[in-house]
Design a protein around this ligand. Structure first.
Ligand code: PMP
Length: 356
């Protein structure tokens, strides 16, 4: 029985994150975390920052904004650090959507977009993908909506080109276009430089995947200063100290250690491409993913069954029950050894399946 007192929020449909199991040690390929630890410099920065936890952190996160601005090639006033990129997505819905300005996003995409639309009572246009599960950018031209597109998209990993993003931004001059670049570091081209040309473009980033900081909760919004001011007003009206002192320090140190993280991303991309090849050889259809996950389907094995059989073997992947993609599983790209274990388990499951 719900005890909500607020009629505004009585019908929430909260996001259900991928499992973080406690009862057993799994090979965890279900939430797109990095298999690699934070760099030693990040751990040291967190240790030092922890020594001053009696003080509030800088609510403007100035040093972190400066580090981010230098890394992204923009000015510090073009950056808003946030508590994971989910936070900036929420701010963007609050700042740029209302009863007259609906949201548009791909029908198959990050599950948090519909959750946010529902939370804020915003009408949502969900745009079907092509049959091959890619996005047709022409569906997003001149929309009169706030457009949300993940690039690479999740859970398919497909990418739009920069010129396609440019056309979307140019054709919606009176609406904000949000490009969610959670997975961009694994092989897509960033639209950050387009934010200098298009004052309606907001690019969001996260350190949860490419920078081994999922538990630290750090993300960024990058846009024209006017958009950043609007988003900062929402931030300061909800949680002024949104990025804690340890995470600010971790973020600054991570930007300085860019080589370490770039190497990790390269390793993940190589492992991804090798794993895709191995899965195709076992009969899987694998979407062309430029992210740190693969989206796969086997003709002889329902998606739910593969998920369960892998789980029994101690490997967690992500299965979505949405009818259009229920035959698929999304498999995070882990370290080489983890992916070898996955391929071995899949091979056993397929052999056993053939015998039944
Ligand atoms: N965008 C996309 C497309 C994602 O898959 C995720 C991860 N669940 C996020 C944003 C949010 O990541 P975080 O809040 O950890 O930065």
């Amino acid at each position: 029985m719900s005890v909500f007192r607020s009629s505004r929020f009585a019908r929430l449909e909260p996001y259900v994150p991928g499992e973080q199991p406690r009862e057993r040690k799994y090979i965890k390929l279900n939430t797109n975390e990095s298999p690699y630890p934070p760099s030693p410099a990040v751990l040291e920065a967190v240790r030092v920052a922890a020594g001053a936890l009696n003080l509030y952190c800088d609510p403007t996160a100035l040093k972190l904004r400066e580090a981010a601005a230098a890394a992204y090639g923009v000015e510090p006033e073009c950056v808003l650090p946030v508590n994971g990129s989910d936070e900036i997505l929420n701010f963007a819905v609050m700042a740029f959507c209302d009863g007259r300005i609906p949201m548009a996003c791909p029908e198959i995409s990050y599950g948090f977009y519909p959750v946010l639309a529902n939370l804020h009572g915003i009408r949502l246009r969900q745009v079907p993908l092509r049959a091959d599960l890619t996005i047709d950018y022409r569906d997003y031209l001149s929309q009169n909506c706030t457009v949300f597109i993940a690039n690479p998209n999740a859970p398919t990993g497909s990418v739009l080109t920069l010129s396609e993003i440019r056309e979307i931004a140019a054709s919606n001059p009176r609406n904000v276009v949000v490009v969610d670049e959670a997975y961009v570091d694994f092989g897509a081209e960033s639209a950050i430089r387009l934010t200098k040309e298009y004052s309606n473009l907001l690019v969001t980033r996260t350190f949860s995947k490419s920078h081994s900081l999922a538990g630290g909760r750090l993300g960024f919004g990058i846009a024209d200063p006017a958009l950043i001011d609007d988003l900062t007003a929402i931030k300061d009206s909800t949680n002024p100290y949104n990025v804690n002192a340890m995470t600010q320090a971790a973020g600054i140190a991570a930007f300085k250690d860019n080589g370490y993280y770039a190497d990790n991303c390269r390793r993940v991309a190589e492992t991804r491409d090798r794993t895709a090849k191995a899965l195709k050889a076992l009969g899987f259809t694998v979407t062309d993913s430029k992210a740190n996950f693969l989206f796969v389907r086997h003709p002889n094995l329902p998606g739910g069954a593969l998920y369960e059989r892998l789980r029994e073997k101690g490997i967690l992947v992500r299965h979505f029950s949405k009818p259009a993609i229920e035959d698929f599983n999304r498999i995070t790209v882990g370290a080489d050894g983890q992916m070898e274990a996955l391929i071995g388990a899949v091979r056993e499951i397929l052999t056993q399946n053939g015998r039944e």
